[in-house]
Write a protein that binds this ligand. Structure first.
Ligand code: URA
Length: 184
């Protein structure tokens, strides 16, 4: 099981998809190639990895790295909920479609949702971005968009974004109810 890693007082929390082979072997999220890109993006905004908390939607590696199944997401979400509740971060960054769709309760894809921030549970700000593995496959354009999203993260952490964040995506008609469903 790969539970999560990081500071218990983190202001910033990342939620990925599921452990891969390296994570499974080492028992820590994002230690493989995708993790190295995450480290690079954090370094760009001067945030030490030790200051953040990192978790995944699934706590175990899906066989052959296949996509998480709905019943697996259901079985694991209580752990993620409690991790978020205990850490109580100011900013939650969802990495890729699985984390974003679960935490924003939407079917809209990451390409449309990223690039902005959303008001979220416990007064936190949620910022969706691509999964680092997608940037490794997708090249410089995807990486540049991730850099922009991380810059937004750093602005929010520094209190430099003064306008109100948008609410949930239109597809989520009752955000409060949708989040209660996730965190029940
Ligand atoms: N990809 C993820 O989504 N999580 C990890 O921990 C590693 C790779």
């Amino acid at each position: 099981m790969v539970f999560g890693v990081g500071s218990s007082t983190a202001r910033l929390m990342f939620v990925g998809e599921a452990p891969g082979k390296n994570e499974d072997l080492q028992g820590e999220p994002f230690v493989g190639a995708a993790g190295h890109l995450l480290d690079e993006l954090l370094a760009d905004i001067n945030v030490p990895r030790g200051d953040v908390y990192i978790a995944n939607v699934l706590k175990c590696r899906p066989p052959g790295n296949r996509d998480p199944r709905p019943d697996e997401i259901d079985a694991c979400k209580v752990y993620l909920r409690e991790q978020i509740r205990m850490i109580s971060p100011e900013v939650v960054v969802t990495l890729g479609n699985f984390a974003t769709k679960l935490l924003l309760r939407t079917e809209t894809g990451i390409t449309r949702l990223r690039g902005t921030r959303y008001s979220w549970w416990l007064g936190a700000t949620l910022i969706p971005t691509f999964h680092p593995a997608a940037a490794l496959r997708g090249g410089d354009r995807v990486k540049d968009q991730m850099r922009q999203d991380f810059f937004l993260v750093s602005e929010v952490l520094r209190g430099e974004v003064v306008t109100e964040p948008p609410q949930q995506p239109e597809e989520v008609s009752e955000p409060e109810a949708a989040q209660m469903e996730l965190f029940r």
